[in-house]
Design a protein around this ligand. Structure first.
Ligand code: ADP
Length: 488
């Protein structure tokens, strides 16, 4: 099938979180099994454009008062034959960050949507599926119903699929920007209540018009239909529940597996975990913390955001660090209050805690390989990748039972020896404290029988089928259901 895949992040070119990983690994796997997938994203200022090739020098179109001029430059997704098409428009994208709260944010991503479809016309690429991701690409399902795209034979068979990676971000703008988004003629097709309230929602528009909607785990697909977790879109999603599916993300095992991770000095497997211990010693050296085999090392790699539940760490971690010998390595950037907290924790426990307030892909891999425990107390978590990376690396996750965390981490049961981590149900400090103390209890002395038990727990997680090869069929069969003629 021909798949147009549009996303605001594609690793390694642009990544702020899981969306970047998935927008690379899913197309790569689709290509491996024979589909013609083309990926579009903006050419942000942070992307090194050397080695790219200009394939469409000038695309000019009108969005309200603006004459938009973009060009398309192409590269390959590393490690694959997938063509990546960058939308080049320096006045909109040549800025330090991927996202901004600026006055033209709507225009930046409206241009991405229009440019991707116009480029398909120029390239004579007729997509069977337009797979769009999150609010930044949410206008595409509607644009396909409007001129000049509706009626164009290149889009005659195109069906749209919107994947919601995080419903907490919806791209809500003032309705007066409608014309600048190229929607002046589409008033009746927009969400009418929103319009009356003076709003234009990119994600809402996608939810209204996509032929199907997926989100990144079955539990999250149910959660976003509730008022508590739907961020205002639950009603609309309930109306569309017949075409709403939860498909768990897969992980890219070429990038993330302890047997061949290029970022690791010491490789290891579930059969022989000795390399993991060497990674732990190396990581602690990097973090300038003393290494002692029997002391458990916990880790956090995350955006430091409200969603991720670090408010629970504030009352819980100091006591645990004081009472129980535990070390902690934290890698993350984000909100100042969490920076301040982890900073003060590392000052109060200089032998136990290291905080790295940066975005560092290499260190993220080395932390996954070197830590014993991984903390992910997310308030909500659509899918979550780090708990899956952790499982794969024998780094036992401690998680809140929500979204994709609930679908991937199974409570460890000491009697049966089954389960893959420690899961707390109630999002409060008692919950986190209970789960972390249980984990430390199972760790025990970190030697002898306790060690044997721990290794069994690690192996349970390491042997789970988490790679895309186990998931890709779910997307492909959905594509086929949406575009049955394409698969004849
Ligand atoms: P989200 O998409 O909500 O941020 P996920 O768990 O789905 O959460 O994906 C997070 C991704 O971002 C993972 O690949 C993780 O390793 C990466 N990541 C987050 N923060 C950092 C950081 N400071 N340095 C390196 N990688 C990070």
């Amino acid at each position: 099938m021909n798949v147009l895949f549009v996303s605001s992040e594609v690793a390694p070119f642009a990544k702020s979180g899981g969306l970047g990983d998935i927008s690379a690994s899913l197309p790569r796997h689709l290509k491996t099994i024979g589909h013609d997938v083309r990926v579009f994203l903006p050419l942000y200022g942070s992307i090194d454009a050397r080695g790219t090739q200009e394939i469409i020098p000038g695309l000019v179109f009108q969005l309200g008062p603006h004459e938009i001029r973009v060009s398309i430059v192409a590269a390959r997704l590393p490690g694959s034959e997938v063509p990546v098409y960058f939308v080049r428009c320096p006045s909109l994208y040549d800025r330090p960050g991927l996202y901004e709260q600026g006055p033209d944010e709507h225009l930046r991503f409206a241009v991405l949507c229009h440019a991707a479809l116009r480029a398909c016309q120029v390239l004579r690429f007729a997509p069977d599926i337009a797979h769009v991701n999150d609010w930044q690409t949410g206008l595409i399902p509607l644009l396909l119903k409007l001129p000049p795209f509706a009626g164009d034979r290149f889009f005659a068979r195109t069906r749209s699929l919107l994947t919601i990676h995080n419903i907490g971000f919806q791209g809500i703008f003032e309705a007066r920007h409608m014309a600048e988004c190229g929607l002046a003629q589409a008033t009746t097709l927009l969400h009418q209540e929103d319009l009356r309230a003076g709003r234009l929602g990119f994600l809402t528009t996608g939810v209204l018009h996509a032929n199907a909607i997926t989100t990144v785990s079955p539990t999250y697909a149910r959660e976003i239909q509730t008022p508590e977790q739907g961020f205002g879109l639950d009603g609309l999603l309930r109306q569309r529940r017949e075409v709403l599916f939860g498909i768990l993300n897969g992980i890219d095992e070429d990038e993330w597996s302890p047997e061949r991770d290029p970022h690791l000095r010491h490789h290891y497997s579930s059969a022989d975990l000795s390399g993991k211990e060497r990674n732990k010693a190396a990581l602690l050296e990097t973090a300038r913390l003393p290494y002692q085999r029997e002391i458990p090392l916990a880790a956090i790699v995350s955006r430091l955001a409200w969603q991720k539940g670090f408010d629970l760490c504030m009352p819980v971690l100091p006591g645990i660090l004081q009472r129980r010998g535990m070390q902690l390595v934290v890698l993350g950037t984000g909100e100042k209050r969490y920076h301040d907290f982890f900073e003060s924790l590392s000052r109060a426990f200089p032998q136990q805690v290291a905080f790295r307030p940066t975005f560092d892909e290499n260190l993220a891999h080395r932390i996954e390989a070197g830590a014993d425990l991984f903390l992910m107390p997310s308030r909500y978590e659509p899918c979550g990748l780090n708990q899956m990376y952790s499982l794969r690396y024998g780094t036992v996750p401690v998680v809140h039972k929500t979204g994709g965390l609930a679908d991937t981490v199974w409570q460890y049961d000491e009697r049966s020896g089954r389960g893959t981590g420690f899961v707390f149900e109630h999002f409060d400090e008692g919950g986190l404290s209970w789960a972390l103390n249980r984990a430390l209890g199972v760790w025990g002395t970190g030697s002898g029988e306790d060690r044997e038990r721990w290794i069994q727990l690690q192996r349970n997680g390491m042997r789970l089928p988490l790679g895309w090869s186990h998931r890709i069929d779910e997307y492909v069969s959905l594509y086929r259901r949406l575009a049955p003629e394409a698969s004849q």
